[in-house]
Design a protein around this ligand. Sequence first.
Ligand SMILES: *[C@@H]1O[C@H](CO)[C@@H](O)[C@H](O)[C@H]1NC(C)=O
Ligand SMILES: *[C@@H]1O[C@H](CO)[C@@H](O)[C@H](O)[C@H]1NC(C)=O
Length: 387
Amino acid sequence: MEAGSRLAALSLLLSTVLSPCVCTVSPDQINPLVYEEQLLWVSGTQGEVSTYRIPLITFTSKGSLLAFAEGRKSSSSDVGAKFIAMRRSTDKGATWSPTTFIVNDGTHPDGLNLGSVLVDEDVGSVILIYSFCFHLYHCQPSSTMMVESLDDGLSWSPPKNLSVQLGVKTFAAGPGFGIQKRHAPAKGRLVVCGHGTIEGDGVFCILSDDHGRNWFNGAALKSIPYNQKKKAQDFDPDECQPFEMTDGSIVINVRNQNNYHCRCRIVVRSYDGGLSLPVDEVYFDYTLVDPAVAAGALQKDGVLYFTNPSNEQHRINLTLRWSVTHGQSWESKAVQIWAGPSGYSSMTSLDSGSPEDQKYIFVIYEKGQKNYDETISFVKIHLYGGQ
Ligand SMILES: *[C@@H]1O[C@H](CO)[C@@H](O)[C@H](O)[C@H]1NC(C)=O
Ligand SMILES: *[C@@H]1O[C@H](CO)[C@@H](O)[C@H](O)[C@H]1NC(C)=O
């Protein structure tokens, strides 16, 4: 490196380090910038795994980042035996631990499926909810399972079968994050929402008021016709992402499986802490064009963020949108994260109150050149254009 460019690099570094923080951020300053991107998993490159899919990401209460994915052992199929793969970062995503497999279903014909991750801030635990035998392929019944970490993701409990408490039903959590209510009503409650089987589909939430020890069934938004074969364009709410608004209501952004009413997202809201999802609170967000996929949604400092492959037909064009009007409208200046094949996505951010942590959100998504299931990619987004 020449002395001049070395000096330039040094002064750039210094200005980055010393530049004044965006101490009071206002929503109209939002100008998201893809700040860093790295691949966390590449399908077909690790001996025991054929395909990595269904990425989840969360911050722990200690500020570590945990990323999870299904490691599908012998094919890219939703059925079959799998691992839950995890990587952990203690420097906000700059570097990551090697992959560890925290759950292994052996050679099961219809093993585990992710899933929702959630953090209980009161006890500092991380909880993963996943399903087992969801497709009833050479097995029955379907079970809802849970593992928990009490040491910031380093070690995990043996799987616990929640179907003993919830009753046997086919329930696939998320995929995405579950929430712990921060505001009334039901402050402290754990809320995990997911969907049912193809015929008994719909959005269902399971709830815990004792930090995940006991779970009970909460809200349901059932498909129509319920428990019957669906036709194209029937009402079939499916995979979903709940998040809490600053007023304490829970908004759930939902996959519109059969393109009922539009090729766009279904949105529904609960005002009673996840006990009910009234039909009155259902609407269709025409701006959020969608090919029927699991999408990412997040509320941070009063601003909503949404990621999906923004295309009516195909899983391509992974796009970040944001709303400064609580979801009533979306800013027209969307940010394209990846033009090519892209599938499921999920988001997290750290709400520590520090100005530095206010600047970033973190996205994890399925990304490929030819097919969206080639890699799982992690993206750090600077919300204020790098300033
Ligand atoms: C979970 O519990 C239910 C209800 O007792 C049972 O039917 C099911 O077989 C259990 N699943 C597993 C994987 O142990
Ligand atoms: C990608 O998404 C943007 C924002 O929704 C949209 O304007 C554009 O038409 C999309 N492109 C493709 C190829 O789908």
